[in-house]
Design a binder for this molecule. Structure first.
Ligand SMILES: NC(=O)c1ccc[n+]([C@@H]2O[C@H](COP(=O)([O-])OP(=O)(O)OC[C@H]3O[C@@H](n4cnc5c(N)ncnc54)[C@H](OP(=O)(O)O)[C@@H]3O)[C@@H](O)[C@H]2O)c1
Length: 132
């Protein structure tokens, strides 16, 4: 079985996304820049599975040193994870993905950023206690 983890950044009330990008996109504050760097450091060498929009937002420079895999709603999660049995697999969202894959996630890495504006994608704390 893959070592299934998740990494995400949220705002003060669980904000995850806005208009297809991070709600704090373009913010050059120290915490925001450090968060992006940390995301690429932690996922380097591992597998990142996520929905089409989230994978599509990974910049070219980060595509060579990790395995990216676009998951779709018709795919069986157990089959997806079985493709990476001996790897560390990060489940990268979005929310519809976490709704289904949360029950497999052993380790959550959640960075809470100093943002409290609008969002149209939200973190759901129920994901942390999703049973199999
Ligand atoms: N703050 C963070 O850490 C973070 C992380 C990730 C994303 N985001 C934000 O979230 C937004 C993008 O996420 P998104 O949800 O809009 O799009 P997304 O990344 O494409 O993820 C959702 C899509 O994943 C697919 N999917 C794959 N497996 C699925 C399953 N088992 N059940 C249901 N759907 C499944 C579905 O597409 P199909 O039905 O077409 O297959 C679904 O529409 C952006 O605003 C982005 O910035 C933020």
């Amino acid at each position: 079985m893959a070592d299934v983890r998740s990494i995400c950044a949220i705002g003060a009330r669980g904000q995850l996304g806005l208009h297809g990008v991070l709600p704090w996109e373009g913010n050059t504050g120290r915490e925001f820049v450090a968060d992006v760097e940390r995301f690429f450091d932690i996922t380097r060498g591992h597998v990142l599975i996520a929905g089409p929009k989230t994978i599509g937002a990974i910049p070219d420079f980060a595509r060579g040193d990790r395995t990216l895999f676009v998951i779709r709603s018709h795919m069986d999660p157990e089959w997806v994870l079985s493709q990476f049995a001996d790897r560390v697999v990060y489940v990268g969202g979005g929310p519809a993905v976490w709704d289904v894959y949360a029950r497999f996630i052993r380790h959550w890495d959640i960075n809470r950023l100093p943002y409290d504006g609008d969002a149209d994608r939200w973190f759901n704390p129920q994901w942390l206690v999703a049973g199999r």
